[in-house]
Design a protein around this ligand. Structure first.
Ligand code: ADP
Ligand code: ADP
Ligand code: ZN
Length: 214
């Protein structure tokens, strides 16, 4: 099963991706995680991407498209994958379509998670991220068992630089201008599976499970 998780920052893409990984045994491919890792390592990719990410803008299409082009050739993606945070522009979606058809692959579902702006801001400003495995937590809505420590890998949790309210507003603008058009794009292809993203993490999981089983 080949999936795209679509939604604004804070919609719950990463959180829901973790459960889909466990349930279906397919890898989560998060361009945000890959880019943050590159920034941390100060690789060529990281140096090119850093300023865009810190300002809340999207990283140029050619950089993220080449990340995905490479990642989809790994053996684990042959049985399916979850794209989390990619594509984010129509140009990225077009590049993905060309890539997949060249490999005789196709997207099965585009799970589009919607949440009101006020709730997105509350989620993002309270988000904690694991430095080791990238798992997201929330101070109030999904706290770790031990404060500041990842339940999964025991690495420490931090607040992402771009999760401050000011930068979050720029990211929401980037979403509205550049990513929201993908809702129509995938609806026109018959692939869109809209999910109302408000409710407990468990409730959203069940809604996604029904759609994927459907
Ligand atoms: P969130 O989970 O809050 O939506 P991500 O971790 O997916 O955020 O992305 C963080 C930042 O990484 C984005 O604001 C953007 O700068 C960059 N980024 C991630 N994915 C993409 C992409 N597909 N295209 C362009 N920029 C991206
Ligand atoms: P995205 O990957 O779309 O940016 P995340 O999955 O990282 O979003 O979720 C954003 C924040 O909201 C995290 O702190 C997460 O713990 C929290 N969160 C995720 N789903 C829910 C939910 N259904 N209710 C409340 N908080 C949630
Ligand atoms: Zn961790």
């Amino acid at each position: 099963m080949n999936l795209i998780l679509l939604g604004p920052p804070g919609a719950g893409k990463g959180t829901q991706a973790k459960f889909i990984v466990e349930k279906y045994g397919i890898p989560q491919i998060s361009t945000g995680d890959i880019l943050r890792h590159a920034v941390k390592e100060r690789s060529e990719l990281g140096l090119k991407a850093q300023a865009y990410m810190e300002s809340g803008a999207l990283v140029p299409d050619d950089l993220v498209v080449s990340i995905i082009r490479d990642r989809l050739t790994w053996g684990d993606a042959a049985k399916g994958f979850i794209l989390d945070g990619f594509p984010r522009t129509v140009a990225q979606a077009d590049a993905l379509a060309v890539m997949l058809s060249g490999a005789s692959m196709a997207i099965d579902h585009v799970v589009s998670i919607t949440v009101s702006v006020d709730e997105l801001v509350e989620r993002v400003v309270g988000r904690l991220t694991c430095r080791g495995c990238g798992r997201g937590y929330h101070l109030k809505f999904d706290p770790p068992k031990t404060a500041s420590v990842c339940d999964v890998c025991s690495a420490d949790l931090y607040q992402r630089e771009d999760d401050r309210e000011e930068t979050m507003r720029s990211r929401l603008d980037a979403y509205a201008a550049q990513t929201a058009p993908l809702i129509e794009y995938y609806a026109a292809k018959g692939l869109l599976r809209p999910i109302h993203g408000v409710g407990s993490i468990q409730e959203i999981q069940s809604a996604i499970s029904s759609v994927l089983a459907g």
